[in-house]
Design a protein around this ligand. Structure first.
Ligand SMILES: CC(C)(COP(=O)(O)OP(=O)(O)OC[C@H]1O[C@@H](n2cnc3c(N)ncnc32)[C@H](O)[C@@H]1OP(=O)(O)O)[C@@H](O)C(=O)NCCC(=O)NCCS
Length: 170
């Protein structure tokens, strides 16, 4: 069976919420005390927030499925990163995650290209991404797509503050 990529719809909320929590845990759980991780997962990947994102006409989510099972997703929309040059009409890749067992085979690039095309469907414009300062793999991927570092900020996960890089293209 093949791997398919499609826009997510309201009925995907439960799947996206669960996959979001699972992929964040797979990638970053080792960085945080369990109580900070649990609080963050409930807030950032809860069903309610996922439903709100799916209902927002300015945002879009995608699901990557293999044999009918979700293995990756992405979320994009207006940029709300804390940088003085961000303007209301700028776009942002907010999340992109592929389950560990399915990484490294082009799935992430496929997702990313689809998101970037959607963000620029009405023409080129400044695009932004926030990425953990030590996520070197993702930074390489974004660098290949033309993103460069223009700032930094601290992202709260429970009581922990992560240093995030702010990347921009265009
Ligand atoms: C980033 C990610 C979506 C890329 O998906 P993928 O299917 O591995 O991507 P592709 O196979 O198309 O491309 C591979 C590129 O992704 C990056 N990459 C590979 N493994 C990665 C990992 N574990 N974490 C982050 N980036 C990774 C590298 O740039 C790699 O290219 P390289 O090997 O030439 O350096 C995926 O690795 C992932 O979900 N990582 C964990 C979550 C994450 O870091 N998300 C980004 C948060 S800002």
């Amino acid at each position: 069976m093949s791997t398919t990529l499609r826009r997510a719809v309201a009925e995907d909320a439960q799947t996206l919420s669960a996959l979001g929590a699972r992929t964040f845990t797979e990638t970053f759980a080792h960085l945080y005390p369990p109580e900070d991780l649990a609080a963050f997962l409930a807030y950032a990947y809860g069903l309610e927030r996922t439903q709100r994102d799916l209902a927002d006409p300015d945002k879009a989510s995608w699901i990557l499925e293999k044999d009918g099972t979700a293995i990756g997703y992405a979320l994009a929309g207006p940029c709300d990163l804390p940088h003085p040059d961000v303007q209301a009409d700028h776009g942002e890749l907010k999340r992109i995650y592929v389950l560990k067992d399915h990484q490294g085979g082009g799935n992430g690039s496929r997702l990313l290209n689809t998101v970037l095309d959607w963000l620029e469907k009405d023409g080129p414009r400044p695009l932004w991404i926030g990425v953990w300062s030590e996520n070197f793999g993702a930074q390489r991927l974004y660098g290949r797509m033309g993103f460069t570092k223009v700032g930094e900020y601290f992202f709260p996960v429970g009581q922990v503050r992560d240093l995030e890089f702010i990347l921009r293209r265009g």
